[in-house]
Design a protein around this ligand. Structure first.
Ligand SMILES: *Cc1c(COP(=O)(O)O)cnc(C)c1O
Length: 377
């Protein structure tokens, strides 16, 4: 397996991401405090501190922590009482559409924009029916959607907008903070994301009343010891994750800065490779560089899957995000909107995009080696 003469770093298996963690010593005092408090969950002191600190960090006013991003999505739909049909993108992680099915909602897939790979606002109107109640776009790879165009459509047709903002931690667009748009946004702090609490998530909403409803829903619907106002779920973040989140906040800006350097190295290394288009080119300063997607164009000598295999054989494991499309999975492919001819841009992207490894301590030698492999004819 290990070809002689390769630098040691290149021989290790390199996956698309490696979770970012603060120094372990720094976490010990937090653990000691949890052990002292003997409050492990249910809006304990770390939950309260982290929720407030995170809202400040993200520049939002109303935020509710969750045990993961999927429950945040499911609960956001519940909180807004969404039903019927929801327009969404097939080019995402399955949890986006799964959150609709868990609410008995029918997903209606609409194609994505060829440049941003986000839900294409120009195609939304044609998919609206009398049953449509909401739009659920995704800020794919952390690049903000055309939030203003989406809101214009939502206003005309009286639709709610719920953003899957799982990739959008700390990003800014030309329109400012994408979390300021839509009725609610759901974030994920899963281990693979730019900012992690092992597992975790949050809903950002517009006012205190909405936050109160979300807080009830994530705690079984309890308002007090004996009053249950809704069929809620258990979506609470525990004290361990909350404490880690509080500590992670001190390091996340530095982690994102280092990701940007890695992205620059990829961009430089791939600049002269014909047929490889870096989708984040020109976006490095506005995105959080959570992903480094490249488009393997038709003029590249081999197809995406062959390139994927070539890198894998060398111990570098990129990911085919997002392949298959959500609309290709068995629980979705029977829907009329799932037909590939309804989704030509997403279908082509799913066949051509490869996400290269990116994380704060990715070694430059890995990028060099990967770029050599990608440039090889
Ligand atoms: C990670 C992710 C989710 C799910 O978040 P979890 O915290 O893993 O439940 C949802 N949508 C998208 C686009 C994601 O990338």
């Amino acid at each position: 397996m290990n070809a002689p003469g390769l630098p040691l770093a290149a021989l290790r298996q390199v996956y698309v991401t490696k979770p970012w963690l603060p120094p372990l010593e720094a976490f010990i005092p937090y653990l000691e405090q949890i052990w002292d408090n003997r409050v492990l969950t249910n809006s304990g002191p770390f939950h309260q501190r982290f929720e407030q600190a995170l809202a400040e960090h993200l520049g939002v006013e109303h935020l509710s922590l969750f045990s993961n991003g999927t429950l945040a999505l499911v609960t956001a739909l519940q909180a807004l009482r969404i039903s019927g049909e929801v327009i969404t993108t097939p080019y995402s992680f399955v949890a986006t559409a799964h959150s609709l099915l868990w609410n008995g909602i029918k997903p209606v897939f609409v194609d994505v924009d060829p440049v941003t790979l986000n839900l294409d606002p120009a195609r939304i109107e044609a998919a609206i029916t009398p049953q449509t109640t909401a739009i659920m776009p995704v800020h794919c790879y952390g690049r903000p959607c055309d939030v203003e165009a989406i809101q214009r459509i939502a206003d005309i047709y009286n639709l709610r907008v719920i953003y899957d903002a799982a990739h959008a931690f700390g990003v800014r667009g030309t329109m400012g903070n994408p979390l300021d748009y839509g009725d609610m946004s759901a974030l994920s702090f899963h281990a693979t994301k730019v900012f992690n609490t092992f597992e975790g998530g949050a809903i950002v909403c517009r006012d205190a009343k909405a936050k109160t409803r979300i807080d009830h829903l994530k705690n079984f619907g309890f308002v007090d010891e004996t009053t249950v106002v809704a069929p809620g779920i258990n979506g609470k973040m525990n004290e361990f994750s909350s404490a880690l989140g509080l500590l992670q906040l001190q390091h996340v800006d530095e982690a994102i800065r280092r990701r940007r350097e890695i992205a620059r190295a990829w961009l430089a290394g791939l600049a002269d490779v014909r047929g490889i288009r870096c989708l984040q080119a020109g976006q490095l300063d506005s995105t959080n560089n959570g992903y480094f997607p490249v488009m393997v164009e038709p003029e590249y000598p081999i197809d995406r899957d062959a390139l994927y295999q070539r890198l894998k054989d060398a111990g570098i494991h990129p990911r085919r995000y997002f392949y298959p499309l959500i609309s290709e999975f068995p629980m979705y492919r029977g829907l009329p909107s799932a037909a590939p001819n309804n989704l030509p841009v997403a279908t082509a992207a799913a066949r051509r995009v490869l996400c290269l490894p990116i994380y704060p301590d990715l070694e430059p030698s890995v990028i060099e080696r990967a770029c050599e492999l990608i440039a090889a004819r």
